[in-house]
Design a protein around this ligand. Structure first.
Ligand SMILES: C[S@@+](CC[C@H](N)C(=O)[O-])C[C@H]1O[C@@H](n2cnc3c(N)ncnc32)[C@H](O)[C@@H]1O
Length: 223
């Protein structure tokens, strides 16, 4: 089986240079609008630390991890804070985070492992917390340029997310890749975790699960 993490370790400097400055502001705004000022965000598979850096600059607290030791080291330098070397399978926190950001990271898991990883991350969200995830648009699994990928359609992503307990709202939308010369499309989702009956959440917005046709947003994606 292809060793995706070895790819990131061997190409960490190049990957950092390619991704650390991509403009993700539109996606950040959409996610951060759900999170209380100063809230705690988990950046799961943080790569260069680009998004953690933006969240810290906006006054949020961040816990970041990555499974590639070399990328975790570069991200730690970029953020001037520790970045743990962990995988999704190591996430055992419960109701710990106001937001979880999994940008283009779960896509390297085999499809059979994605539901369990989503359950772990979802359990780490506080009631009222907000989860962001993105995949390259497509169907099935593939190896490309030294990495293993599971692609997703809106239907696939909804199937993975709708079965999580207490999904209060779920929005999916498409974005274009933000890097010059890249033609990929991305499927993004934001899901808000509700609270068990009788408990109030600190979530800032209340909207029903979206069934509207998928909007296409030309701003904010990469890789
Ligand atoms: C395409 S990069 C995205 C990085 C960053 N989130 C971004 O948007 O630029 C995928 C990242 O996921 C990390 N990754 C891959 N498998 C992982 C796993 N099982 N657990 C945690 N991180 C993983 C890789 O090391 C890499 O940093």
């Amino acid at each position: 089986m292809i060793d995706t993490l070895a790819y990131y370790d061997e190409n960490a400097l190049e990957f950092f240079a390619e991704t650390a400055n991509v403009d993700m502001a539109a996606l950040h705004q959409r996610f951060l609008a759900h999170i209380q000022p100063g809230g705690l965000i988990l950046d799961a598979g943080c790569g260069s630390g680009r998004d953690s850096k933006a969240f810290l600059s906006s006054g949020f607290s961040v816990v970041a991890f990555d499974a590639s030791p070399e990328l975790a080291k570069l991200a730690s330098q970029h953020l001037d804070q520790a970045v743990a070397v962990r995988t999704f399978a190591d996430v055992v926190e419960r109701a710990a985070y106001d937001g979880i950001w999994a940008c283009a990271s779960l896509l390297h898991l085999p499809a059979t492992q994605i539901p369990a990883a989503l359950r772990r991350l979802w359990a780490a969200l506080k009631p009222g917390g907000t989860f962001y995830v993105s995949f390259k648009v497509g169907e099935g699994e593939r190896v490309h340029a030294g990495r293993y990928y599971t692609d997703a359609s809106e239907r696939t992503l909804r199937d993975w997310l709708e079965v999580l307990p207490l999904v209060q709202t779920l929005d999916c939308w498409l974005t274009a890749d933000q890097r010059p010369g890249r033609q990929d499309q991305w499927i993004n989702a934001i899901a808000v975790r509700g609270a068990p009956a009788g408990k109030k959440t600190g979530h800032r917005r209340r909207r029903p699960v979206s069934t509207a046709p998928l909007p296409v947003d030309q701003s904010g994606r990469r890789n």
